[in-house]
Design a protein around this ligand. Structure first.
Ligand SMILES: NC(=O)c1ccc[n+]([C@@H]2O[C@H](COP(=O)([O-])OP(=O)(O)OC[C@H]3O[C@@H](n4cnc5c(N)ncnc54)[C@H](OP(=O)(O)O)[C@@H]3O)[C@@H](O)[C@H]2O)c1
Length: 299
């Protein structure tokens, strides 16, 4: 779908956004992560396998899974099916997974956890492994992050990162000389956590937005600035929201099982929002923060 030519008079920032974010941090020196990844929670079994294979056929080159989703086996089957069909080679794909609290610990514990993830995924290597939640109650996230950074340094994983880490958790890592390449946190139009994002950026970490469409538990088209930008650009409300993530500098992992919605969620690199449209979507933040806070929740 092309930009509506009647509106070309509106000043649009035409600077193209890059299709990858460069991850750099302790043990990680410039790994390219595709900006749009397929979210796979809460898919399982055949539905997960089919959604992944279909997404790879559509053109996705980043898949987001986790030990906790209980779907790494099915995600791996979807990847294998696409590779077997000649859709892509493994080295064209970026796979993110995440480790749970019971696998926080020293180098041996974390290495065993990563090897287990590879076995379940059926892969020889994984591109990005995240500490899924800091779980401050057990206070092992720092040594877990260290252990993952060592695996990256040794080339056993391409990159490591964290998820649901607040700036305070990142301060703790920084105090030990550790810089996380990426923090995957909840950011959607109504839950933007601007101070949290600023803190993550101050630590030099990239941000991946999870639940980037707000889990679609609100009608994105009912948000006036989103609807207005969708009407002007001839795009859907979800595309406008994903484009807002990209122009804000984030990666995003929208989940969809539907081929048309998967395709539109990936097709967000060829139009642009104006500075005014960006500001109007920024202003939708309710100040509510994430659904689950890492000081109270984790697995
Ligand atoms: N790190 C963490 O702690 C954490 C936590 C939560 C989630 N995540 C990751 O983030 C991913 C995405 O988050 P999420 O699943 O919570 O929420 P989301 O991606 O914001 O929203 C998913 C919902 O939006 C619908 N949808 C997708 N594309 C759409 C479109 N173009 N138009 C209209 N509706 C659309 C989907 O339905 P259909 O499938 O029917 O299209 C689904 O109901 C997860 O799958 C998971 O990989 C990570």
């Amino acid at each position: 779908m092309s930009t509506d030519s009647r509106h070309t008079a509106i000043p649009v920032d035409e600077t193209p956004v890059p299709e990858t974010l460069t991850l750099t941090g302790t043990g990680v020196d410039g790994v390219e992560m595709p900006r749009i990844g397929l979210g796979t929670w809460p898919l399982r079994g055949a539905e997960a396998r089919d959604a992944v294979e279909q997404a790879l056929r559509i053109g996705y080159r980043h898949v987001d899974t986790a030990q906790n989703y209980g779907n790494e086996d099915a995600v791996g089957e979807g990847i294998a099916a696409a590779i077997h069909a000649g859709v892509l080679d493994r080295d064209q794909l970026f796979v993110t997974t995440k480790v749970n609290r019971e696998h926080h610990g020293d180098a041996r514990t974390v290495r065993a956890a990563v090897e287990c993830r590879l076995r379940v995924l059926g892969l020889e290597h994984v591109d990005l492994v995240l500490v899924h939640w800091p779980n401050p109650d057990q206070d092992r996230y720092l040594e877990t992050a260290w252990s993952l950074s060592e695996l990256a340094e040794d080339g056993r994983i391409r990159a490591w990162g964290v998820s649901n880490f607040t700036p305070a958790h990142l301060d703790r890592l920084a105090g030990a000389g550790l810089r996380a390449p990426v923090d995957q946190i909840e950011v959607g139009p109504l839950r933007q956590s601007p101070a949290w994002q600023e803190g993550v950026r101050a630590h030099g970490a990239a941000i991946t937005a999870y639940s980037p469409l707000g889990r679609a538990d609100q009608d994105l088209g009912a948000l006036e600035p989103v609807a207005a930008a969708a009407a002007r650009t001839g795009r859907t409300p979800a595309q406008v929201v994903l484009r807002w993530h990209l122009q804000s500098g984030r990666a995003a992992v929208p989940k969809s099982v539907d081929p048309a919605r998967q395709a539109q969620n990936l097709d967000v690199f060829s139009f642009a929002l104006t500075a005014e449209e960006m500001a109007a979507i920024d202003a939708l933040d309710t100040g509510e923060g994430p659904r689950r806070h890492p000081d109270e929740f984790g697995h």
